[in-house]
Design a protein around this ligand. Structure first.
Ligand code: BGC
Ligand code: NOJ
Length: 811
């Protein structure tokens, strides 16, 4: 069952029923100001950091679900309704929500009035603009009242939810004309405040929540709206809100546009505004003049659309597979940009408080967006590297506002350092910019401890070399990619040790997955050394890599698949000898991507085992058989009921690893099958089962052991975004940047007779046509570049050309 449809021309998903199984959201904002926006206008806004500078209040896990947001109420006689249905839930005569690239449009109709609300965050300004067009579609004159409404958050979202003894007495506002200033904290800091304004005279306002809602009131039926009369309340403590009343009168056929702005305003750094406690209104007024007419708002929206169209034009594909084109040209890349902006901080499943930017997460996200915004990728790499410790290990997370490592979580995830090499290699392959290696980059954000960036990579590589376990495999530390595989927990008290590390952290447990990563990204490290003229170092690295490959084959192979790990007691994890959890997905993906034992048939065998033991109709589960009880020596992974999350859920993130691995062994049909099984556009028809947004990936789909097999959770902020885009663009379509040029190496289903693609690469545009006349799954029989036949399948980079025509015939 579907709840809407894709509109590829406008690059939108159009939701046609407000009762989606879960809130289906969009992200507004691509720079510093962000709003999460659900299909019924729920959500919240923040500036740079969802924890520290939150403008509006949201109640996660609320009842009713998703019932706070930036709302517009229309009171037309006795009928009160919202263009986005919530929070009144008044049945609409017509409802649509169009989630587009950085904007959302809500089209609601009721009793002859049409409301079209266009919400977006413009480029270059820290605000959300809401353009509301009201039209009288009836034959009679319409007199009605419009109320806007938003509830402010007192900035620090954690404190806002917990410190009521203080917070009920700090709230302050000012009202000037049509602009409501939310200035809590300003008394003390005198540097930032929020505004909520509209470009017309108003007929009343409210800024105190209890006055607006009424005693024991609720968003569904605010007293002010129900009575149709604002109280002009001025908040003092308690809960500051912003609401405007505007009386509207429309002749038949007449329309009226209003432009509302919710903005974040900061005094300039050196400007300490001395107007006692009064806000410095100048910067707010300057912001508001940018959007004070419909034309200006329309222009800002047009500029935003042009920005997105420009971004998405760097990689496009055209094929007979409509859904493939839709995902590659729009939604994969869009989700990659959102994960760039948010990492794992703020979604409808991540509160914006608990987690900042993940070290490994952000490094992996880079793989998906580096071609879109290489400059920002460069900065991101250096920011991430600045949270590394001198021994090569790293803070697992950092806070986006301060860019400082999060000491509460600390370090100890032994895969982290290698992801820095992964992200950097992707950056260099994309841009050819080796100068990043010379950047002086601190450790632990301490400028007195800094080296060039190359040294950071060296310490990343050596971190693994220096932390090997009893079998010569990498020590896992607190966990590797699988945060829940906590093999160094050995408390005798069930439940006690999981996620408590420190003194109980054992030195023994080893990860075959990290071994795969080490081989894969170690090769990149060696290549980077070689490009830098460090031949000896490159050779030494290669020696370590070869040794690790052998170690995996000797101690990490279980007969039909790669083992997952050894626990603290040196017991095998992910082996046929285990009672449960006999086979895991991660090492199958990464050891094959790293080509460990490829020519001796190990890789193909591992892929066959995945298909045999882990496949389901909704995707590949993380492990089998699921853990049916808690195992203290394995940690959090066994705390989940079977089929959920890391305990045998379909963890979408590592499905593309398998798809990529299948391209390594050359099985295009299977790579495609794995790709399409979890791909949003391909599973749109089962939205009632899948339940999360059908235009983006979720982190997890319940596996076959769960009662709700096929149901997804944790949409939007997942490494799946980057990895699936990498899979389909670089391995299935096979257009892959490399150090010295662009490789074209498709591995597609035999039924696809070819495709064409446009790829911008280092300032040159490549027009690539791939033909597959004989139904091959992999292999380039011939390639011409601007009509000249080329040996192999790499187009050496030549920056003197601006446009290049490439023809590839598979076979
Ligand atoms: C989840 C993991 C996640 C981790 C982050 C765990 O509870 O299962 O998916 O990576 O938390 O700390
Ligand atoms: C989600 C986390 O963000 C990611 O870092 C981790 O690798 C996966 N969960 C698997 O545990």
């Amino acid at each position: 069952m579907k709840f809407g449809h894709f509109d590829d021309v406008n690059k939108e998903y159009v939701i046609t029923s407000p009762r989606t199984p879960l809130p289906w959201i969009n992200y507004l904002g691509c720079e510093d100001f962000f709003s999460l926006k659900s299909n019924t206008c729920g959500g919240y806004s923040f500036y740079k950091d969802a924890k520290l500078l939150r403008l509006t209040r949201y109640r996660y896990n609320n009842v009713p679900l998703d019932s706070n947001g930036l709302y517009y109420f229309i009171k037309d006689g006795d009928t009160v309704w919202n263009p986005g249905w919530m929070p009144t839930k008044t049945e609409l005569d017509d409802y649509k929500c169009r989630h587009g690239l950085g904007y959302s449009v809500f089209e609601g109709k009721k009793n002859g009035i049409s409301a079209v609300l266009t919400d977006f965050v413009p480029m270059g300004t820290a605000c959300e603009v809401n353009k509301l067009t009201l039209t009288n579609e009836s034959d009679e004159k319409k007199d009605f009242t419009l109320f806007s409404y938003v509830e402010f958050c007192l900035w620090n979202a954690m404190d806002d939810m917990t410190n009521f003894q203080r917070n009920f007495s700090t709230g302050e506002v000012e009202i000037h004309g049509s602009t409501i200033y939310h200035k809590t904290e300003y008394r003390e800091r005198r540097n930032h405040y929020a505004i909520f304004s509209v470009n017309t005279d108003i007929d009343g306002f409210d800024t105190d929540r209890d006055s607006f809602l009424g005693a024991y009131g609720e968003n569904r039926a605010p007293e002010v709206v129900m009575t149709g009369k604002a109280k002009n309340s001025v908040a003092s403590g308690w809960a500051p809100v912003g609401s405007h009343q505007i009386n509207i009168s429309l002749a038949p056929g007449e329309s009226r546009d209003l432009v509302f702005v919710l903005g974040y305003v900061e005094n300039k750094k050196d400007e300490k505004w001395e107007g006692l406690n009064k806000v410095n209104r100048k910067p707010a007024e300057a912001m508001l003049t940018k959007f004070d007419t419909t034309e200006k708002a329309d222009q800002a929206l047009a500029d935003l659309k042009a920005y997105w169209n420009g971004l998405l034009s760097h990689f496009t594909v055209s094929s007979s597979e409509e859904k493939l084109d839709r995902m590659v040209n729009i939604w994969h890349q869009y989700q990659c940009m959102v994960t760039f902006n948010m990492s794992r901080s703020a979604s409808y499943f991540e509160s914006g408080i608990g987690r900042g930017m993940g070290f490994r997460d952000s490094c992996q996200d880079l793989l998906g967006f580096v071609h879109l915004i290489p400059d920002r990728a460069r900065q991101r790499i250096l920011d991430i590297a600045s949270t590394q410790f001198e021994d090569g290990s790293a803070y697992h997370q950092y806070q986006p506002l301060t860019k400082k490592g999060n000491a509460d979580i600390g370090s100890g995830f032994n895969d982290d350092p290698l992801w820095l090499i992964a992200g950097t290699a992707a950056y260099i392959k994309e841009t050819g910019d080796y100068s990043i290696l010379d950047e002086i980059t601190p450790y632990d954000n301490d400028a007195s401890k800094a080296t060039d960036f190359m040294e950071h990579l060296r310490r990343s590589f050596n971190y693994t070399v220096n932390h090997l376990g009893p079998h010569g495999l990498p020590l896992i530390g607190r966990a590797d990619w699988n945060d829940c595989l906590n093999l160094n927990c050995f408390s005798e008290e069930p439940g006690e040790s999981f996620q408590t590390f420190g003194p109980s952290e054992g030195p023994n447990a080893e990860s075959v997955f990290i071994a795969g990563m080490f081989v894969k990204y170690g090769k990149d490290y060696a290549a980077i050394c070689r490009h830098r003229g460090l031949e000896e170092e490159a050779k030494e690295a290669e020696k370590q890599i070869e040794k690790m490959e052998q170690t995996v084959l000797d101690a990490g192979w279980d007969g039909e698949w790669y083992l997952r790990a050894y626990d603290h007691y040196k017991h095998k994890v992910g082996s046929k000898e285990c009672e449960e959890g006999k086979i895991f997905i991660e090492p199958q993906g990464f050891c094959v991507i790293a080509e460990i034992g490829l020519k001796d048939g190990y890789c193909l065998k591992a892929m066959e085992s995945v298909e045999k033991h882990l496949d389901t109709k909704y995707g590949i589960v993380l492990l089998q058989p699921c853990y049916t009880r808690y195992h203290v020596e394995l940690g959090e992974i066994t705390s989940y009921p079977g089929g959920y999350k890391e305990n045998a859920g379909i963890f979408c993130h590592n499905n593309p690893w398998i798809s990529i691995a299948e391209t390594v062994v050359g099985r295009g049909n299977r790579a495609w099958q794995v790709y399409t099984r979890t791909c949003p556009a391909y599973i749109e028809d089962i939205s009632e089962i899948h339940r999360t947004e059908p235009y983006v990936y979720s982190q997890m789909i319940a596996g076959k052991d769960a009662p709700n097999f096929g149901e997804a959770k944790n949409s939007w902020l997942t490494g799946t975004a980057a990895w699936t885009f990498l899979d389909v663009s670089q391995y299935i379509l096979g257009i892959r940047p490399d150090y010295d040029g662009l490789v074209v190496d498709p591995c597609i289903p035999a039924s696809l007779d070819g495709f064409s693609a446009k790829r911008d690469f280092r300032g040159v545009t490549y027009h690539i046509t791939v033909k597959n006349p004989n139904g091959a799954e992999k292999g380039v029989a011939s390639m011409t570049v601007d009509g000249t036949p080329v040996e192999g399948n790499m187009i050496p980079f030549d920056g003197s050309k601006k446009e290049v025509q490439v023809e590839v015939v598979m076979g």
